[in-house]
Design a protein around this ligand. Sequence first.
Ligand code: HEM
Length: 147
Amino acid sequence: MYTALQHAHSGLRWVVLVLLVAAILKATNKRRGGSVYPGKDKLALFAMISVHVQLLLGLILYLWLSPYVQWQGDIMGQEIVRFYTVEHILGMLIGIAFITIGYSKAKRQVELNVGWKTIGRWYFFGLLLILLSIPWPFRVGFDAGWF
Ligand code: HEM
């Protein structure tokens, strides 16, 4: 159960990253095109759903399964424990909040171009926080994989 969820959570990062980049590129292309944001752009919607699925898998790992999340002992002194118990969840929660806020703001904007700009900006900063909070294999101290 633990290994399956860990792999699902790890692999799904690529779906999240591809969908976010695609949604941002589409919004950037459209932001001067003189069109009204359609309220429920499919790409923006699927990107938001993918981060919410990550949130759900992450919460299950965080609350019940991961040996790296600890509440006792020297949490801040152990790099991996501190990363998963504090930094990863915090960065991801803020990033996911950015994407959710962007999606729901844009939905209500009926002026030309405005909704596209909103998606572009909020999704961009959300993506940045997510990229910074991923335990990439090249970051010192983690033995997390690419998939
Ligand atoms: C878009 C959001 C997220 C992405 C892209 C993401 C990505 C990742 C990646 C790549 C790993 C490393 C997996 C490996 O060992 O190879 C990981 C681990 C982990 N993530 Fe996330 N994560 C996200 C959100 C969250 C959230 C919101 C939480 C907590 C509520 C969370 C909790 C965890 C935990 C506890 C681990 C360690 C699992 C383990 O190996 O024991 N993640 N995450």
